[in-house]
Design a protein around this ligand. Structure first.
Ligand code: GLA
Length: 713
């Protein structure tokens, strides 16, 4: 016996802090009391959506999402019904879940980093065959299902045609790592949209929760081309400023006007560059022209000697290895180790406590307080101690009432938290985003409230935004008062994470297209370094395949890339242990790579190429040098070739000195525009190139320097 229920609303309920999202169907809908776990036919007629068999996975029904944003060729898009309001039926089979729309149609799903697969059946509903007004073609549609990445790159998953009465098209597509999934239907070859009753039957996303951000449907305008650059930028006086002003559409023409004195527009490189002598607030205008239409955007530039965080912080953070055991004793051990091993001298000078430093409740007056057993002298004493050792001290909170590990967060307590942090002397606060609303506007507002409270408290506490890149904080983080923001979910101690885990492979994936947004005092953060963990981490060891940790070449790669990207760097090993090797310390103390990370222009390297399993980046340095890196993603040693004529950062006809930043030696200068090197599996070579002479005969480096460089070799 079938029983039918009418559910008034699509309900998405969060059942636990890190638990599963439960999605019920949906709209005013026919659903059935019996749902078979295998997704097979529940009875003679009806097919249900399969339930997940794997732990930690949810099936996120398309029908339960914000389908009103669908582009629909006729009528109103329907949840779990056809466009005419009947049960979704394809080749005589009825489907409990799905979306009924009408061609031409478009559904844009923003994947938010946690979706591994898209599954659905696509067809023209049987209802058109029985319609009195059925057309000779009885509904025939074209379809294209494709993915789109951060910088506009696209990958077609399937395209073709289907008409009524035909078997539905089956989709079971991996979508991990892509930003948007786009489900598009057209009129088909018949060119008419009559009877194009499109069903996305039993359509769902396989969702592995990472903190709290599920996928959502967005309007198609989110895909339209725009200026792809930061609009709030910073510089220090008399330091070379670089601001990449680019579009993600190769057909768009970008230009800049109204530049203040000292800055020029570099057409070839598509960036503003130069030095401004005077502190102050400046503006200029970026223009982006496409198909005869120009959009103007005002850029706001602050030039100041006292920016909150001009360069990426370098230091240590407790989470990966210590988690809830963090204590004053461990902080003291970390400080001692960083001093004894000479790390502080190399720039590693910030100690940060992550989640769970907290007491179980706030004090009676609502102020935050640390766990009394682990911090017996209170937090001010710890901060004072860290400061007395010449280091900075940071804490952790969350922009909701509870943190990711369920301690108290700062939402609603921003003022008292900011005042208390100021009394304690907290230099930087990492603010997480667990248990907070998914949308971008709320995130931007919550972070701004906290940053404003920090400002009002007067100590100068910096805001480090941690919403995992899901809401594109590189576009609003600076406006919300943040100085750096995580761009991915948590890194794992492995080369390639198991979706949605982030190994080095996924860090590259998530960071490679964000170079336009990196700059002084506005930093894209690729998360903690696993260097030195050797699989002894806690959370950093899951979603990681075998959980064996990384090889030395892989740790070196992670370090080299963070330096090429000018990402903040936080080591995350346990300072009480002896598993950190001499080679680990040698990597941490590679001052030539650190100089790249701390380069005063603070540019993130641009992606040059990913062909042939070799990922190549180029980074602009303040003094005009260019750093080149190549990472070998394959399992065999490879030869890499840099061809300067294809690298906009270099002039193929000029001569460059070449410094190897791992061996600390100078290679032969390059004057033929070609640099080749061999690179081991999963290793990264990094070279710093200085222009010796230009094709116009002018020497850009004094002769004395060239001599010194030759001698060093
Ligand atoms: C989130 C963050 C991590 C860490 C944990 C603590 O997952 O992304 O970096 O702070 O929370 O609970």
């Amino acid at each position: 016996m079938k029983k039918w229920f009418l559910f008034p609303l699509c309900v998405i309920r969060r059942v636990s802090v890190l638990g599963l999202l439960v999605v019920f169907c949906v709209g005013s809908v026919w659903a059935q009391s019996d749902s078979s776990a295998d997704g097979g036919q529940a009875d003679d007629e009806w097919i249900t959506m399969p339930k997940p068999t794997e732990e930690g996975v949810s099936h996120f029904s398309l029908a339960a999402m914000d389908i009103e944003k669908t582009v629909c060729g006729w009528g109103t898009v329907q949840s779990c019904k056809t466009i005419d309001g009947n049960p979704i039926t394809l080749k005589g089979k009825k489907y409990v879940q799905g979306v009924g729309t009408h061609g031409p149609s478009k559904i844009v799903v923003k994947l938010n980093g946690s979706v591994t697969h898209f599954r659905a059946l696509l067809g023209v509903d049987d209802e058109v065959q029985t319609q009195a007004n059925s057309y000779p073609n009885c509904g025939r549609i074209g379809y294209k299902v494709y993915l789109r990445g951060q910088s506009g790159e696209e990958k077609v998953l399937k395209e073709g045609e289907v008409k009524c009465g035909e078997e539905p098209v089956v989709f079971d597509e991996p979508v991990d790592g892509w930003k948007y999934l786009i489900l598009e239907t057209t009129n088909g070859v018949d060119g008419e949209n009559s009877s194009d009753h499109v069903d996305w039957a039993n359509a769902y996303l396989v969702y592995k929760e990472q903190n709290s951000t599920p996928p959502c449907i967005v309007g198609e305008d989110e895909l339209s081309s725009q200026l792809d650059c930061a609009t709030r930028v910073f510089s220090q006086p008399n330091v070379r400023f670089i601001h990449k002003v680019r579009s993600n559409n190769p057909d768009a023409v970008v230009s800049v006007t109204g530049l203040p004195e000292g800055l020029t527009w570099n057409e070839k490189r598509q960036f503003v560059e130069g030095k401004i002598a005077e502190e102050g607030e400046y503006t200029y205008v970026a223009h982006c022209t496409l198909d005869g239409e120009t959009n103007d955007t005002t850029i706001h530039l602050t030039v100041s000697k006292s920016l909150a965080l001009p360069l990426p912080f370098m230091g240590w953070i407790s989470w990966n290895s210590v988690e809830g055991n963090i204590s004053e004793e461990i902080v003291r051990k970390a400080v001692a180790l960083f001093k004894d091993k000479g790390l502080v001298e190399c720039g590693w000078n910030t100690i940060m406590l992550d989640d769970l430093w907290h007491a179980s409740t706030r004090a009676d007056d609502g102020s935050p307080r640390p766990d009394a057993t682990r911090f017996p002298n209170g937090m001010k004493a710890v901060a004072d101690y860290v400061h007395s050792q010449g280091m900075n001290f940071g804490l952790y909170t969350d922009a909701a009432e509870r943190t990711c590990a369920n301690a108290f967060g700062s939402y609603g307590s921003e003022t008292i938290d900011a005042q208390t942090y100021a009394e304690w002397g907290i230099d930087i606060v990492k603010c997480d985003y667990c248990n907070a609303p998914a949308d971008q506007a709320t995130a931007a507002q919550r972070y701004k409230t906290l940053a404003d409270a920090f400002k009002a408290a007067g100590y100068g506490t910096r805001l480090y935004i941690c919403e995992w890149g899901v809401r594109e904080p590189w576009k609003w983080g600076a406006e919300s008062g943040g100085v750096c923001w995580r761009i991915s979910y948590d890194v794992r101690d492995c080369w390639s994470g198991t979706a949605p885990g982030i190994g080095v492979v996924q860090s590259i994936r998530d960071m490679k297209n964000l170079a336009n947004y990196q700059g002084v005092n506005r930093l894209n953060d690729s998360d903690m370094l696993c260097l030195g963990l050797h699989a002894h981490g806690k959370s950093s060891n899951d979603l990681c395949g075998s959980g064996q940790g990384m090889t030395q070449d892989e740790y070196r790669t992670q370090f080299a890339l963070w330096c090429m990207w000018s990402s903040p760097m936080a080591l995350s090993f346990d300072p009480r242990t002896d598993y950190i090797t001499d080679d680990d310390y040698t990597i941490m103390k590679n001052t030539e790579l650190i100089a790249l990370n701390q380069d005063p222009s603070c540019q993130q390297a641009d992606l040059l190429s990913e062909a042939d399993d070799l990922v190549m980046f180029a980074k602009d340095c303040e003094n005009g040098d260019i750093a080149l890196s190549v990472t070998n993603m394959s399992s065999e040693t490879k030869t890499a070739q840099f061809d300067f004529s294809t690298i906009p950062h270099l002039d193929a006809e000029d001569t460059y000195t070449v410094r190897d930043l791992w061996s600390h030696t100078n290679l032969e200068p390059v004057s033929n525009g070609q640099l080749s090197c061999s690179v081991r599996s999963h290793a990264t070579r990094v070279f710093r190139l200085s222009k010796v002479s230009s094709k116009n005969g002018k020497c850009s480096i004094p002769a004395a320097k060239i001599k010194a460089a030759k001698k060093r070799k």
